[in-house]
Structures are given as structure tokens and as C-alpha cells.
Design a protein around this ligand. Structure first.
Ligand SMILES: [Zn+2]
Length: 384
């Protein structure tokens, strides 16, 4: 049974994982197949990990994809099929397929409706009420700018499979400008009203001006997807470990029964053989039975272990891009003789100070420790 730290867990490429037959994989091929079908295109699978894709011309032109494409979903398949485009986290074709998803509504973009977009007058009070800078002087606010950013919310469907199978949905959110894990911030955005249309007229405009706030530069969707998969892996792993432990209990129980049965059968056979000392033919027949019994036992053990081997597969179900305004406050914090520059975000849709994202472990946190390299981290141990 694979351990919870199986290296296959949600590997970037898919087929290596499928070959291993254990751990996680994310089914990009299924995502693309569904996407093409939703676009009115046709998919053929001449072989595993190769897709022939035909898209309606208009749809293909919109997203700068050819009408006919050969896609490979594994390193080996890509190597053996030179005309194929390799689809993986890191390939430009994935970014274009994501924009195809946006056109189709599989990936939707929605805009937070915020009546008044302005820097709160008591911004520093709000920040200091939430974020503590240990071993440091009181922070000073250097700049505060309003920006619009996009949070990508991924809905994954994860299947856990042993002799039985069950499925659960896992949400993962990523800040597309900082690549921070926003999953823990999803709850507070539940009360926000999102519109499918970008704000018009006065909506979402900076209160004291007429210009809408600048849209902050985002990372490529490809990087965002890669980050989301890393977040998913971090969240799915402990769950898989719990399920594996549960299943291991059943496995051990059944193995005990199986081993007990063979132990008894073997003991009987050995006793009969030992009693047959005067009859070499009979002894040889029983020896053959003992050997067959031993092989049978090995086979049964392998069957039981195989039956309880647990794997998990993830499928990307949908993506929502939530566009929200926020204040980016740049703080200066003095620790010993150094000045630390730390951005803090105040979300104007949820009216909440975002916890910092730890540069070491990625966790969100409110209580910060200065590290020697000029960064704030979430635990004193990470500061050294
Ligand atoms: Zn940390």
C-alpha cells in the first residue's frame, strides 16, 4: 500500500502516475475532452494519452487554436508523436484552452459589486487590529493604493478508490497576482455579491475620482493552475492518509483470516506427509500439494493487498475567477537595525484585512516574526 507521501501524488504529468497505478493524478485529459465537447468540437482517442481534437472554426480562432490539433497528455506519448502538442502544467496550449473555458462558461469570471471603493480612513487601525509584528517597532504606512485583482477558485472532484470508491469536492483558491493560497479566505467572501458583468458607471470606481482602479498584473493561468494543484495536493494528502489508515485496518483483518486458513491447511498437509514416510509416491503427491498451497497463499495475499490499495484521482470540475478591489498597503517595519517592507492587503469586497502568506510554508498567518532575510514568516522556527 502506498504511503501518504507517495511521490505520485498529483504529479504535474499524468501518465507516469497512471502507470504507477497509485497516488493522485489530476485528469487534464478529461478536462480538455469535456471542454471540447462543450465547444461543439469532436474528440477522438486513437491511443491512450493522445487526443485528436477538431474545433468549430469560429471557436478555434477566438482562442488562437488551430481547428485540428493533436494533443499529448504524457511525456512518452508526446515524444512518440512529434506532431502532438504536449498538454501539461507549463505548456502554452493549456493557457489557450483555459481561455476557451472562459468563452464557454466552464471558467466564469465574476465581479464583486462594491458600492464605495476607497481607502478606509482608519486603515492602519484595521491592519494593526489583525496583524501583529513580533519583536518589531510599530509599523508605518508608506503607501496605500487601490488595485483590482482576480482570485481563481478551482473546484476539484477527488475520487478515492480502493475496492470501493467515493468522491468529494475540494475547493482551492489562488490569488492570481501573488500566487498566494486564498482557500482559507473563501468563507469570508460568501457574503459578497458578484455580478457576471464588469462594473459600469459609478460602480467600483474610486470614490473620489472618476477612473476605475488599475487591474493588477496577474501571473499566467498556467502558473495559477500549477499553484492550485500544489494547494490541492497539500489538502488532499492528509485526507488520503486518513482513508488509507482506515482501509489498512480492513486489509489487516482480512489478511489475518487468509493467513489463518493457510496456516491450518499447511499444518494438515505437513502432518499427512510426515505420516507417509513408508510411501514415497504418496509423499511426493503431498509435497506437490504443499507447493501448490504455498503459491496459492502468495496469490491470495497479493489479491487482498491489491484490493485494499487506495488511490486518489482529481478532476478539475470548474473555475471561477472572482474580480475584487482591494487596498495594497505598503508597511515599513523596523526590527533591530533593519527596515522590513511588507505589503498588506485590505479586501474592499469583504472589508477584511488579508492574513499574510508565509514565504516559507505558504500558510496564512496574522502573527509575524522577522526573519534574517528581510521577510516576515509565520513561526519563530522559520525565522532562523
Ligand atoms: Zn510559515
Amino acid at each position: 500500500m502506498p504511503g501518504p507521501s507517495s511521490p505520485h501524488l498529483l504529479e504535474g504529468t499524468l501518465t507516469g502516475v497512471r502507470d504507477g497505478g497509485r497516488g493522485h493524478h489530476i485528469d487534464l485529459r478529461r478536462f480538455v475532452t469535456d471542454l471540447v465537447a462543450a465547444a461543439g468540437g469532436i474528440v477522438e482517442t486513437p491511443e491512450d494519452d493522445i487526443l485528436h481534437v477538431a474545433l468549430p472554426g469560429e471557436m478555434a480562432r477566438k482562442v488562437s487554436l488551430p481547428e485540428f490539433t493533436v494533443l499529448a497528455f504524457g511525456y512518452d506519448a508526446a515524444k512518440e508523436t512529434p506532431e502532438a502538442e504536449f498538454v501539461t502544467f507549463g505548456s502554452p496550449v493549456l493557457d489557450r484552452l483555459t481561455s476557451l473555458g472562459i468563452q464557454l462558461g466552464r471558467v466564469t469570471r465574476q465581479y464583486a459589486v462594491v458600492p464605495s471603493v476607497r481607502v478606509p480612513p482608519n486603515l492602519m487601525d484595521r491592519i494593526e487590529a489583525k496583524i501583529g509584528f513580533n519583536r518589531s517597532r510599530r509599523p508605518a504606512l508608506r503607501t496605500a493604493n487601490i488595485e483590482v485583482y482576480e482570485r481563481a477558485v478551482f473546484r476539484f472532484v477527488v475520487s478515492y478508490i480502493s475496492d470501493e470508491r467515493f468522491v468529494e469536492a475540494l475547493m482551492v483558491a489562488v490569488d492570481t497576482s501573488t500566487l498566494a493560497d486564498d482557500t482559507d479566505l473563501l468563507d469570508e467572501a460568501r457574503g459578497v455579491y458578484f455580478s457576471p458583468q464588469p462594473p459600469q458607471g459609478a460602480g467600483n470606481r474610486i470614490a473620489d475620482g472618476s477612473s476605475p482602479p488599475a487591474v493588477v498584473r496577474r501571473h499566467s493561468y498556467d502558473e495559477v493552475v500549477r499553484k492550485a494543484v500544489a494547494c490541492l495536493r497539500a489538502r488532499a494528502r492528509p485526507r488520503l492518509a486518513v482513508y488509507q489508515a482506515e482501509v489498512r485496518g480492513y486489509c489487516e483483518k482480512e489478511l489475518t483470516t487468509v493467513l489463518g486458513f493457510y496456516e491450518k491447511t499447511m499444518a494438515d498437509l505437513i502432518a499427512r506427509r510426515d505420516a507417509a514416510t513408508g510411501d514415497p509416491d504418496k509423499k511426493a503427491r503431498i509435497d506437490a500439494k504443499i507447493e501448490a498451497c504455498r503459491l496459492d497463499r502468495e496469490r491470495r495475499i497479493a489479491d487482498v493487498v491489491g484490493k485494499y490499495k487506495m488511490t486518489a484521482h482529481a478532476r478539475l470540475d470548474s473555475v471561477t475567477l472572482q474580480v475584487m478591489p482591494r487596498v495594497k498597503a505598503l508597511l515599513e517595519v523596523e526590527h533591530k537595525d533593519s527596515i522590513y517592507a511588507q505589503p498588506v492587503y485590505y479586501n474592499l469586497a469583504t472589508n477584511a484585512v488579508e492574513p499574510l502568506a508565509c514565504p516559507r510554508c505558504g500558510r496564512r498567518f496574522f502573527s509575524a516574526y522577522p526573519a534574517r532575510d528581510g521577510l516576515f514568516v509565520c513561526r519563530p522556527e522559520e525565522a532562523e
